[in-house]
Design a binder for this molecule. Structure first.
Ligand SMILES: [Zn+2]
Length: 337
């Protein structure tokens, strides 16, 4: 064992208390670790495999379950019970929001990537988006290596599919079934394919670096210490296998999984905006053609086609922002190359 970077190897605890690390760089028997900035930790095995893996969490500061899971993996790495075989970049996205137990401080960080943070005056999240983009540039420096980025979240509300992945719009590349199968092995029950660019962290990695990148939704928000991490045991198993370069049997993993394509976006256009359903309506709740979905000022938004489902509804977004996605079921054949 080498020197310690954090007391008890507890990265999360040091982030929550705001205490500086004991040192910025440590070298262990199998790897070296370097703290690149607050919440950004690079792990490089002395003999690295062929994949560069980014695991990000806490892009929304109150989405604690994946933060606790990533911290646990790091503790195991530092304790020597999980020996990394791939280059890893662990990102705890928004430490100030984590400390305040809030989604964000100034604005939603997950809308500010692909350089869009430059389009308004700097604030906490805009500066952080620039810093995270810079960290990816230096981490993904070798274009010949395979690149994977899972951006781990939890949702504000319940969901018909507890765990689901949002797949960035990538019409040039399409999606590979083996990449999706890996997520299915990790407990993902549904995939949602975006129909347009969105300046999220996963879209940024997909578009800018050609990474196999996904936004992964892992259940409902809970405060630190109140998560049942056993609900993430399949994900943990897959992450451990990725980190240690172990093969995963993923044949048939997609057999039970559902696929959805985004059909349209409902944007809040007016101060008076409301949904026709209650706040606790689950993600992927379906509607029948002609049902009222929302009221946008004096405009009524109806369900276009029976089976249309609503995901991420949030009537409280700023005017001009996405209030919900409307999705329809598709088959794997429709979306995979
Ligand atoms: Zn989130």
């Amino acid at each position: 064992m080498g020197a310690k970077m954090f007391p008890n190897d507890d990265f999360l605890q040091s982030l929550l208390t705001g205490e500086p690390p004991l040192c910025d760089t440590v070298t262990h028997e199998h790897f070296s670790a370097q703290l690149l900035a607050e919440g950004i930790l690079l792990i490089e095995p002395h003999q690295a495999g062929e994949q560069d893996i980014v695991l990000s969490c806490g892009i929304h500061g109150n989405e604690t379950a994946p933060i606790e899971l990533c911290n646990q993996l790091l503790q195991q790495i530092f304790a020597g019970t999980l020996v990394p075989k791939q280059r890893l970049l662990f990102i705890f996205g928004n430490p100030p929001a984590m400390r305040q137990a809030t989604r964000f401080v100034d604005e939603n960080l997950n809308r500010l990537f692909c350089g869009s943070h430059q389009q308004a005056e700097a604030n906490l999240e805009r500066s952080r988006a620039a810093e995270l983009e810079q960290a990816l540039v230096s981490f993904f420096r070798d274009a010949t290596r395979s690149r994977l980025h899972w951006d781990l979240h939890t949702a504000i509300r319940g969901s018909i599919h507890e765990k689901f992945a949002v797949c960035p719009y990538q019409p040039q590349r399409g999606y590979r079934a083996d990449t999706l199968a890996l997520l299915a092995c990790a407990g993902i029950e549904a995939f949602l394919f975006n129909h347009a660019p969105a300046f999220t962290f996963s879209y940024h990695s997909s578009y800018t670096f050609g990474a196999d990148a996904f936004t992964v939704e892992l259940g409902k928000v809970a405060p630190f210490g109140e998560n049942d991490l056993s609900r993430l045991s399949a994900l943990e198993r897959v992450l451990r296998a990725l980190i240690t370069q172990q093969p995963l049997a993923s044949d048939d993993a997609l057999a039970e999984v559902k696929f959805y394509q985004v059909k349209r976006v409902i944007t809040r256009e007016q101060p008076e905006f409301s949904f026709a359903f209650s706040d606790d309506t689950a993600n992927f709740t379906t509607f029948t053609q002609g049902d009222v979905i929302a009221k946008n000022g004096d405009k009524t938004i109806f369900c276009d086609v029976t089976g249309e489902a609503v995901v991420f509804p949030n009537a409280k977004v700023a005017i001009g922002q996405r209030a919900a996605l409307c999705v329809v079921p598709v088959t794997l054949k429709d979306v995979c190359m």
